[in-house]
Design a protein around this ligand. Structure first.
Ligand code: HEC
Length: 111
């Protein structure tokens, strides 16, 4: 038996665990989110630059998972509010995608 055969079932188990964990962790309202688009929108709209001016570091201290934003829907609402206030002109699905990226990176809400 070759070493590779020995490890193959293991790799499958890890992959399955990854998929299952992923589905369980993603809030329903983000299930259609386009993460690639969300990342692009965050990069293109000075989110980080402005947050750095406010809190320093890499700007991520602005995202407070233990703060008043405590659900995926609330987080999406916050991004919607920024969208309106900053006149970003995001479409609803773009707001969802940006919120979903922030959730995966920082908030980790499951609902
Ligand atoms: C012109 C400056 C500026 C820009 C640009 C900006 N933000 Fe913010 N953002 C802020 C400030 C200031 C706060 C803190 C508000 C507070 O805590 O009262 C904030 C807070 C937030 C919060 C809430 C954090 C929390 O957990 O309380 C989110 C989410 C957020 N911004 C998302 C974004 C996204 C996404 C973008 C880009 C699409 C963006 N912001 C662009 C200034 C900015």
């Amino acid at each position: 038996m070759r070493l590779r055969d020995l490890f193959a079932p293991c790799a499958i188990a890890v992959a399955l665990a990854g998929v299952a964990g992923h589905v369980a962790a993603e809030p329903a309202i983000y299930k259609d989110a386009d993460h690639k688009l969300g990342v692009e929108l965050i990069e293109q709209n000075q989110c980080q630059a402005c947050h750095i001016r406010r809190v320093g570091g890499d700007g991520s201290a602005i995202y407070k998972p233990q703060g008043r934003i405590n659900t995926a829907a609330f987080l999406r609402g916050m991004v919607e509010q920024c969208n309106t206030e900053l006149n970003l002109g995001f479409f609803p699905e773009e707001v969802t995608s940006v919120a979903a990226v922030l959730n995966r990176r920082h908030y980790k809400f499951t609902q």
